[in-house]
Design a protein. Structure first.
Lengths: 305, 326
């Protein structure tokens, strides 16, 4: 039981970080971005490429303390975050910006659907379809709770790292959105774009910031997913439904809602495994989605349906 | 003349697929082109139809539910009923809300159905799929080409019937309400039209056509598996509608011809040019090319090849010229 909850929190962290990007894009650019999952995949693979690059220059990485990875993975994470943000800005420049000028929101969704397929297949063309790993080191899980208390709890240092860095990212984003001018401008644009423009907010800058934040968090989430599971071209596609479910559950536009939604969806997936079996865990997100749409379509923290 | 026969055989095969896709795209056109509903789970609804019809009509499967050996028309009817039912459930949950929610929910049902198809061994045969799906008239027409031609005639008749029915529907008062809701929901509501009901009706009818398309596919190929209904299918169907021109039933069918021709052609070219060991990789490029085509059309010519007709009512035909001049 405890083990399932802990696993749920680890998956939930990945979903939460991805869902923040979905909810920000949805509330500021006003469309459901089906290509967001691909940002996770690209982030994960870009970090893997950077890792290979570092290994070629400085030799194979030495594991840092109890972790399965060395400092080069942290550096690769930074490289991947920057490169994924650049990718998101490029897709926006080439595609979404053109459509924003004279298209409707629905054309944007369709374009994002097309962009997702192009990005995914391009990635598969470059990297191939075989699963990859950041590290082949075998980790010893730390036993936090003995086996006779609620089934016990074991957690790997990598999983603790994921939980810790997720918490740091969320707090950092919170400070950014509440303390900086750009963060406040983003919130204003999300609530009322016309009014924000009238008060002199540079909406283009807000849109750029939205893509950068969404993509950086997506890259982090992608690397976490690669670290705790494996790297696959379908990594982002498989996470897309949980991301949407988490964003809607939390309430569109609410960053804290997305985090709470992500953790809840992660827990629900993990706890459903003993009931429905591991093969249906992805369907849990769909049940959560249908339930929230029927009961409370505004989500837990949202105001707008 | 063996070459001519080969060409005829290939052409028939190609046209059967075009007809089946055309039927599904007509359903999608009713949803998106006329009502503005964004369905991202088309492959899921096609799959429901294919599996339902297979389970109803196939001979008894050992260790599996289904295989009732019912007559094939009953299977097709069943396919439309189950697809419609699934659409009803999704529609009730999502159609009252903003259109993005329908996109997300339909995406969700397609993902979930893919999981069911892969894992519910006792119902769907799991990754191996369902085999021995009966082919209509197979015991009467032994020759392969003749049977393909017969199937083409049957599928084309169904496509023609659906086309005529849809043309009448969208030109009826009901069809005009759909467009009114698409253009301005508040105005339509204030005239007493319940937008939710009309949307739900259009969504369910569209998905029933998708289910029928799935059933036609299953009985033509005789074998279905989960990988026949991946998101790429949804994407191809969407590209057909956008290329042909959404909001125009002739455009929907034309798009099916054009995109399927491009798809098979580019597939053949890649097979010729790329050595066997790299073909799986090259296949991903094919998707990239079609994806770029869709995005280009969206940006350069969002109306598609045949755009929507400005006036559909025959009562307005006399003044149609004036309307277009405005």
């Amino acid at each position: 039981m405890l083990q399932l909850i802990a696993d749920g929190f680890v998956i939930g962290s990945v979903i939460a970080l991805g869902a923040i990007g979905v909810t920000l894009v949805y509330s500021i650019l006003r469309f459901a971005n089906f290509a967001h999952g691909e940002l996770l995949t690209w982030g994960a693979y870009l970090a893997w490429t950077a890792l290979l690059g570092f290994a070629a220059v400085w030799g194979p990485m030495e594991p840092l303390g109890p972790f399965s990875f060395g400092w080069t993975l942290l550096a690769s994470l930074g490289v991947a975050a920057i490169a994924t943000a650049a990718l998101a800005l490029l897709v926006d420049l080439l595609l979404f910006r053109q459509l924003r000028r004279h298209g409707s929101a629905i054309t944007l969704i369709m374009a994002s659907f097309g962009a997702a397929l192009v990005l995914r297949n391009l990635l598969q063309f470059i990297f191939g379809a075989v699963p990859e790993y950041y590290s082949r080191e075998i980790q010893v899980a730390i036993r936090l709770v003995p086996r006779d208390v609620l089934g016990g709890l074991r957690i790997t240092p990598d999983q603790l790292f994921v939980l810790g860095l997720t918490a740091v990212s969320v707090v950092g984003l919170h400070l950014f959105l509440t303390r900086t001018t750009l963060g406040k401008a983003m919130r204003a644009t999300s609530i009322n774009p016309q009014l924000a423009r009238v008060t002199g907010i540079d909406v283009d800058r807000v849109i750029r910031a939205t893509w950068i934040i969404g993509a950086v968090l997506a890259a982090v989430a992608g690397v976490f997913s690669g670290l705790t599971v494996q790297l696959r071209p379908q990594l982002g596609l498989d996470l897309l439904l949980p991301l949407f479910a988490a964003a809607i559950l939390g309430g569109i536009g609410s960053v804290y809602g997305a985090v709470a939604g992500g953790l809840i969806v992660g827990l629900a997936e993990s706890l459903s495994v003993p009931i429905v079996g591991a093969e249906y865990r992805a369907a849990t997100a769909f049940i959560v989605l249908i339930a929230i749409l029927l009961i409370r379509p505004t989500g837990l923290f949202g105001e707008r349906p | 003349m063996p070459d001519l026969l080969g060409l005829l055989s290939y052409g028939t095969f190609f046209l059967v697929f075009v007809t089946i896709y055309g039927l599904v795209v007509l359903g999608l056109n009713l949803q998106w082109g006329f009502t503005g509903l964004f369905n991202v789970g088309v492959a899921g609804f096609v799959a429901i139809g294919a599996y339902t019809s297979a389970l109803l009509t196939a001979p008894d499967y050992p260790d599996q539910i289904g295989g009732l050996a019912l007559p094939i028309p009953l299977g097709w009817l069943g396919a439309m009923v189950t697809s419609g039912l699934a659409a009803f459930i999704v529609g009730v949950a999502a159609l009252r809300l903003r259109h993005d929610y329908l996109a997300i929910t339909t995406f969700g049902i397609a993902v979930t159905l893919q999981l069911v198809a892969l894992n519910a061994q006792s119902l769907t045969g799991g990754p191996f799929g369902l085999q021995f799906i009966p082919k209509p008239f197979a015991d009467v027409i032994a020759d392969n080409l003749a049977w393909n031609l017969a199937y083409l005639a049957m599928a084309a008749t169904l496509l023609g019937l659906s086309y005529v029915a849809l043309e009448r529907l969208v030109r009826s008062p009901w069809g005009r309400v759909l467009r009114a809701i698409r253009e301005d929901e508040t105005a339509a509501e204030s005239l007493g039209k319940r937008a939710f009901r009309f949307r739900l009706q259009a969504f369910v009818i569209g998905c029933m056509l998708m289910g029928l398309g799935g059933a036609l596919y299953a009985h033509f190929v005789g074998y279905i598996a989960p990988e026949d209904f991946l998101p790429i299918l949804t994407f191809q169907l969407w590209t057909m509608l956008i290329v042909g021109g959404s909001g125009n039933n002739r455009g929907a069918v034309l798009g099916a011809v054009v995109v399927w021709a491009l798809w098979t052609l580019s597939g053949n070219v890649l097979r010729e040019l790329v050595p066997a060991e790299h073909q799986a990789r090259a296949a991903t490029l094919q998707v990239v090319l079609i994806g770029l085509l869709l995005m280009l059309i969206l940006m350069v010519r969002p109306r598609g090849l045949l755009g929507e007709e400005a006036v559909v009512s025959r009562h307005m035909k006399d003044s149609a010229g004036e309307v277009q001049e405005e």
